[in-house]
Design a protein around this ligand. Structure first.
Ligand code: ZN
Length: 212
């Protein structure tokens, strides 16, 4: 039933930041689990992916712990971006380009992470600093958004996919030579689809044939 070729490892998975981030919403048989549902989990993820420093993580954790309403707002902002990444991936997966609204939303997030370098004159001398329009978290969010924006502008945008397994929906980039990969992983989702097809074929066989 199984071909040994199916067990060969997939080509190395893309480590595009927006892909990793999109998949912090992980589906198992259609049931979603959010890997960054709590402020601490989100901050840990940002730290792990080099988007905030350890000091930044600790500072934000303290701030968000003191202010649950603010923590909720910040989580929502990241979720909004994640939903946008999924929506854009689904659209591209279906052979369309991102909508005007999706591009506008992405640009909005990018603008919120603006920062600029400046030379500040003080009594003691001059100081070079980076000023931000948003804050640490908005900037981290904009960095994720810019990884998607760069991908759409410069990479192979039509290779953006969502797994064909309805219960999985993992976002991935199809780097296969043919560009026809439909599943996040052939050994799991692809194989499940194959087994299901095999079963439905077996079921349709006449009862007499099945006895052999
Ligand atoms: Zn999958």
């Amino acid at each position: 039933m199984m071909n040994t070729q199916d067990l060969l490892p997939e080509p190395p998975q893309s480590d595009e930041l927006f892909v990793t981030f999109a998949n912090t919403l992980a589906y198992t048989r259609g049931v979603a689990s959010d890997l960054v549902a709590e402020p601490e989990a989100l901050l840990g993820w940002l730290k792990e992916n080099g988007l905030i420093s350890e000091r930044g993580r600790a500072m934000e954790a303290q701030r968000l712990l003191r202010d649950p309403a603010e923590a909720q707002r910040r989580l929502d902002r990241f979720r909004y971006l994640r939903a946008l990444v999924h929506a854009i991936a689904e659209r591209v997966n279906d052979g369309h380009r991102p909508t005007r609204e999706q591009i506008r939303d992405l640009n909005h997030i990018l603008r919120h992470g603006l920062h600029f370098h400046q030379l500040v004159s003080e009594a003691q001398g001059t100081r070079y600093s980076v000023a931000q329009v948003g804050d640490h978290l908005d900037q981290a969010r904009a960095t994720i958004a810019s990884s998607l924006a760069n991908f759409l502008a410069q990479d192979d945008p039509h290779r953006l996919r969502t797994c064909a397994n309805e219960g999985c929906r993992e976002v991935f980039i199809d780097r296969s030579p043919t560009g026809r990969r439909r599943w996040c992983d052939m050994r799991t989702c692809g194989n499940r689809a194959k087994v299901a097809r095999h079963r439905s074929r077996t079921r349709t066989l006449p009862a007499r044939a099945a006895r052999h």
